[in-house]
Design a protein around this ligand. Sequence first.
Ligand code: HEM
Length: 139
Amino acid sequence: MTSPTPFEQLGGADAVRALVDRFYDLMDTAPEAAAIRALHARNLKVSREKLTMYLTGWTGGPPLYEQAYGHPRLRMRHLPFPIASRERDEWLWCMDRALDGQPMPDEVRAFLREKLHALADHMRNRPDAQVGPDDLTPG
Ligand code: HEM
């Protein structure tokens, strides 16, 4: 007897696909995600495929992403895209809503949320814009 993986607990391949589709539907339409939408390709089909493959392996299912593309090196692959706190927060805004909309045990949702927040934070690669004295001067 082995304990079920998060992949199994959240509902397997169809559930991961549904989660990712909801995530990108939100990114594609919500003003709250406009900054990160602009970083992505016009057509999100490849992004949907890749995130589905990645999350399948990441949650303990078959390592589809690695099989297709090799070691994820996720932070390195994101370096071309400027990701500061704002971009991280927009990504998580979409992901938290997608998780909320996907039926799964509450403890599994909480576990995934915590891990994804840490991962998204780790993806930051630019300093946040600083508010300096000039920004405070009226006119
Ligand atoms: C923190 C905020 C994040 C931003 C702004 C962001 C943005 C992006 C962008 C712009 C791309 C290129 C895709 C395209 O052009 O359509 C990408 C690719 C990707 N992202 Fe993210 N991402 C973030 C966090 C994450 C996290 C937390 C994960 C994993 C859970 C992830 C997984 C991926 C994967 C697997 C790819 C495909 C990489 C490849 O093979 O090219 N991203 N991301």
